[in-house]
Design a binder for this molecule. Structure first.
Ligand SMILES: [Fe+2]
Length: 327
């Protein structure tokens, strides 16, 4: 694996610090399935479950990618970092790693000052800062700000928020024109992002935007499930599957209570509903409490204007079935 300085321009976190260049770690060509996930959020039980699933699927650490925010809301920041580090998977820096690693005063999530998100983040951020070793913070500082790899002869770029900004929220409902600008900035056929906490997949012209979702908190869909994705090369195509993951959320919530962390987020682990919707656009807010479906799409590359995302459905339906139904 090679580390180089990437072509991106400046990015700035919520505390205003600027980074004139982003380090990009190149993972080379991935010939087999890759497992992608985001937001472990100090949730040790979810991280253990994710690694167990990867093992069941026979996916080696060289093909596991984390989109950042290893540490956030839950009770086990140091143990979660240790587990991720020992696995030797590829990790892109999230705003939480940037803030904790460089010792800034807040999580850098970009929450509005005084908002519910802002007030709650103060509590978990102080807890995480006080429960992380110097070695863990050094590891955070050394993380790449982007990853690149090739699959099925497509160029993938992995970032936390967006190419332009580590803490930008990009949702399914974010205008396609804004995503197209990010493709140009990243010089990529596909962008894999994290940060927003919700899984979605969109084919935009001949390009792809994908968010695998997070494992540290549910997806505000009224279930305790968390999310990851599998990307599999199939000749010149790439199959993208979003999968739910069940884990021992009761133990994770008990650990949060024992640590004195905000009860609102501990409750979310069980009921699957975010304590506030400050960051959500109107479309995603309207989907609150509607169970997401696992999805499968095949990215053929030259499709035009086809957009797909996990959709709330009363009964499970595959994305490929949805595509067939809408042709
Ligand atoms: Fe984030």
């Amino acid at each position: 694996m090679e580390v180089c300085e990437g072509p991106f321009g400046a990015s700035a976190n919520a505390s205003g610090s600027a980074h004139l260049e982003q380090a990009v770690k190149d993972l080379g060509t991935l010939e087999g399935p890759a497992l992608v996930f985001g937001g472990p959020y100090s949730n040790l039980q979810a991280t253990q479950a994710l690694l167990a699933r990867a093992d069941q699927l026979g996916i080696s650490p060289s093909r596991i990618i984390c989109t950042g925010d290893v540490v956030a809301y839950c009770a086990d920041p140091e143990a979660t970092v240790s587990l991720i580090r020992r696995s030797e998977m590829a990790v892109v820096m999230g705003n939480c790693e940037e803030s904790l690693g460089f010792g800034t005063d807040d999580c850098g999530c970009g929450f509005s000052e005084g908002s519910a998100c802002d007030l709650l983040s103060v509590q978990w951020f102080a807890y995480a800062r006080n429960h992380l070793s110097a070695a863990a913070k050094q590891w955070m500082r050394d993380l790449p700000r982007a990853l690149s790899f090739r699959m099925a002869d497509r160029r993938f770029r992995v970032v936390h928020g967006s190419v332009a900004s580590i803490n930008r929220f990009v949702f399914a409902s974010t205008p396609l024109s804004e995503k197209e600008a990010e493709f140009e900035l990243g010089d990529a056929d596909a962008i894999i992002g994290g940060h927003c906490g919700l899984p979605f997949t969109q084919v935009i012209g001949d390009r792809l935007w994908h968010n695998a979702g997070v494992i540290g908190m549910p997806a505000n869909d009224g279930t305790p499930r968390v999310w990851f994705a599998l990307l599999t090369p199939e000749g010149s195509d790439v199959r993208i599957e979003t999968h739910s993951l069940q884990y021992d959320y009761g133990t994770a919530a008990e650990a949060m209570a024992a640590a004195g962390l905000p009860a609102a987020y501990a409750k979310t682990l069980g009921d699957g509903l975010w304590p506030n919707l400050d960051i959500l656009p109107e479309t995603e807010t309207a989907a609150t409490g509607r169970p997401l479906s696992e999805t499968t799409i095949v990215w053929h590359g030259n499709e035009t204007g086809r957009s797909t995302m996990p959709r709330p459905a009363p009964e499970p339906v595959s994305e490929s079935a949805y595509l067939r139904a809408t042709k």
